[in-house]
Design a protein around this ligand. Structure first.
Ligand code: IVH
Length: 695
């Protein structure tokens, strides 16, 4: 450009270039009818860019070069929608649509056939765009319908969104609403790139669109090529607000129909769905449904149904809204998409609790816009009920965001090689025996203490308050210890050294000392706590206590046959079965031995001490109250020991109380006992009575 050109000329030239480029964006993105080649478009763009480079004062906010903001945001601001963003009611069948039509006719007090605007229901996320004096000033996500997030810088990068409205006659304030989505092609390309970069692919185009719109860096958003179609409106000055206040009210009147309004939007350069159509009555809705359903898989973007809206806008005012949705619109959902593919194998996944879940390995197949290669089969009963065999062709279904599922076999395609799945007898993770839970469809690995799949949970349970009560060993630290390879099984905890602990991230010397001290202190425990800490399925605190009281020695419990176990209070066949299997696993025994060798011990439970029965213990059948601070173990420990001896430990002193055991700083309970003449025992005294001496 010659330097002699005057500034007004340059201003005019820049304006012309901006408008020409905006027109070509419109032709390409909104009309889907490009007028020039990509190279010619680039040429125009470069002309404008270089003009702006040499004369930055010519840059305007709505220049196509200004779509991508310079700086990433720190966070999104929230935006309160002046007109709330509603949702839609769903219809799942033609009968639902007939109901919808009948309700509308009733409310409008007419028997006339209703005219609707029908259009695809895009699977993306709702957005509201605010134009003030024709300029895009704000874009906000739907959020909860009342408050969304401001994503203006991101939305500006969407090429089909005009930064300035075209034509004339728009109201001062125009809020338009629509769906931001990602085309199937863009989605596939994006996922290819994600994989190449070693990143997790997006599950579906909707997640990809949502994730993209929530990017803080508009440059990334610009690279991802989002799309948008409008289907609604919010605030319109002179219409929704008072007409008197609006200077443009004379220039523009709300059209009479939704269809006309969308045409008006399009004339202003806004993208609307080219597949929208007027249809008449329930029969018209059905025809549109059939046509779109047939073309669904070949459409360039994912849709999850059809939205029908009463076309006549005057009727919207009469019909109004329910709490969440307009009465003049409905979304007819498509049934979940189904495809056929070979079932290559059924593999087992072991969960945190040891539950075995069969997973179908499928020949990869596209269903509902994503490629599926695994699907859950839930459990063996389901496989049996559906009669799914390895080598079958199976029907795979995916509904919306839901995890893909195997519906059943395609029996007409079953070959002679197809063979039933057999549940493994041993855990694929650790080799321990698999047991079936009685009356349940669940199969479980019995290597609870050893199995790598159950490791973290086993450790968390082991250290928990009612188990070994190792303070300072939270879930986070366990995770760290496990990742560092320092702790695999509970017995490894007792081998931890101070040096190993301070080697961990964010571990100060003081905390490391505390943890080591807590671990050492936990070596002295009680048998019920120890049994509970093993995490045997269905063995809770009470059962652990009953087992300890009955057997008194761990090895007696470990050797007990089923017939003996079922005689114990609270132990049914299921629990007994779990116990026998648990103690039959060599790996579990290794860990138990490891714990005992590390010095885990407990006071011996003396004499026959089944609760409520007479025995030799001075506390059998007695009511005992504990008070004050005990020095040897906690009050809870003392309670467990007393209960093991057949005592009943209560919280308050009464005439029925036989003994009060008072530790240091005992207060009112001691005084009450004194007053009632109830024997008061010191900690030393009661420990001597049960044959435990401390010193
Ligand atoms: S009309 C007042 N039309 O579906 C309600 N919504 O399930 C305005 N959606 O929140 C909604 N395509 O995000 C409408 N053609 C379409 C749509 C559509 C997708 C979304 C929208 C809405 C959700 C309700």
């Amino acid at each position: 450009m010659p330097i002699t050109e005057s500034i007004p000329d340059l201003t005019q030239a820049a304006k012309q270039l901006r408008e020409t480029i905006a027109l070509h964006d419109y032709a390409y993105y909104v009309m889907d009818a490009p007028q020039i080649s990509d190279a010619q478009y680039d040429e125009l763009y470069q002309q404008l860019a270089s003009l702006e480079r040499t004369h930055p004062q010519l840059i305007t906010a709505d220049s196509p070069t200004q779509r991508v903001g310079a700086q990433p945001l720190a966070q999104f601001a929230s935006v309160t929608h002046r007109v709330p963003m509603f949702s839609l009611d769903n219809a799942f069948s033609q009968a639902d649509l007939l109901d919808f039509e009948r309700r509308i006719q009733e409310r409008l007090n007419t028997t006339d056939t209703i005219v609707y605007s029908a259009e695809p229901k895009m699977d993306g996320l709702a957005i509201s765009l605010r134009y003030q004096n024709g300029q895009l000033t704000q874009a906000a996500t739907r959020g909860d319908g009342s408050v969304g997030e401001e994503v203006t810088t991101n939305v500006r990068t969407i090429k089909s969104v005009p930064l300035a409205l075209m034509g004339t006659g728009w109201p001062d304030v125009l809020e338009v609403r629509g769906e931001v989505f990602m085309s199937k092609q863009t989605f596939n390309e994006l996922n290819q790139q994600q994989l190449q970069k070693g990143l997790k692919p997006f599950a579906n185009p909707r997640n990809a669109a949502a994730g993209t719109l929530r990017q803080l860096d508009p440059k990334i958003v610009a690279q991802r090529h989002l799309s948008l179609y409008l289907y609604g409106w919010g605030e319109i000055s002179g219409e929704i607000t008072s007409k008197a206040l609006d200077t443009n009210a004379d220039d523009w009147n709300m059209p009479a129909t939704y269809t006309a309004l969308m045409q008006q939007f399009k004339a202003w350069g806004l993208p609307t769905n080219p597949d929208a159509q007027q249809v008449e009555g329930a029969a018209g809705m059905q025809r549109y449904y059939d046509a779109l359903h047939a073309k669904r898989s070949t459409m360039p973007y994912e849709i999850d149904g059809i939205v029908y809206k009463v076309d006549w806008l005057a009727h919207h005012a009469i019909l109004g809204f329910t709490a969440k949705a307009p009465r003049w619109a409905v979304a007819r959902k498509f049934p979940a998409e189904e495809v056929w593919t070979p079932l290559l194998d059924i593999e087992i996944q072991v969960g945190r609790t040891g539950a075995l879940t069969p997973v179908a390995r499928l020949q990869p197949v596209a269903v509902g816009g994503v490629v599926v290669s695994n699907a859950t089969l839930h459990n063996l009963d389901e496989i049996t009920r559906k009669d799914v065999r390895i080598g079958d062709w199976v029907i795979v279904r995916r509904a919306g965001d839901v995890i893909p599922e195997v519906v059943g076999p395609v029996l007409s395609k079953r070959s002679a090689e197809a063979h039933p799945f057999v549940m493994p007898t041993h855990c694929p993770e650790c080799g321990s025996a698999v047991i079936k839970e009685h009356d349940k469809a669940v199969f479980r690995c019995s290597g609870g203490l050893f199995c790598p799949a159950q490791r973290k949970r086993a450790l968390e349970h082991f250290v928990s308050r009612k188990a070994m009560d190792i303070q300072g060993l939270g879930d986070k630290l366990i995770q760290q210890l496990e990742s560092a390879g320092l702790v695999k099984h509970p017995d490894d905890l007792f081998k931890l050294t101070f040096e190993q602990l301070i080697g961990l991230e964010r571990m100060a010397e003081k905390s490391a000392h505390k943890v080591i001290t807590a671990i050492n202190a936990a070596k002295k425990t009680t048998l019920p706590r120890f049994i509970y800490a093993l995490g045997i399925p269905e063995v809770g605190e009470v059962t652990a206590k009953n087992l300890a009281n009955y057997f008194k020695k761990l090895d007696l419990l470990m050797q007990a046959p089923l017939q003996t176990l079922v005689q114990i209070a609270d132990v049914g066949e299921i629990v007994a079965h779990h116990l026998v299997t648990f103690f039959a696993q060599p790996h579990n025994l290794e860990v138990i031995n490891g714990l005992l060798n590390a010095g885990v011990h407990w006071p011996e439970i003396v004499e026959v001490t089944r609760p409520g029965q007479n025995n030799d213990s001075p506390f059998a059948g007695k009511n005992v109250v504990l008070t004050g601070t005990l020095l040897h173990g906690t009050r809870e420990d003392a309670k467990q020991t007393l209960e093991a001896l057949g005592a009943k430990v209560t919280g308050s002193v009464s005439a029925k109380t036989d003994y009060v055991i008072a530790g240091e700083k005992a207060g009112s309970k001691r005084a009450q006992a004194d007053a009632l003449g109830i024997p008061i025992l010191s900690e030393e005294e009661w420990l001597t009575m049960i044959g435990e001496t401390h010193g």
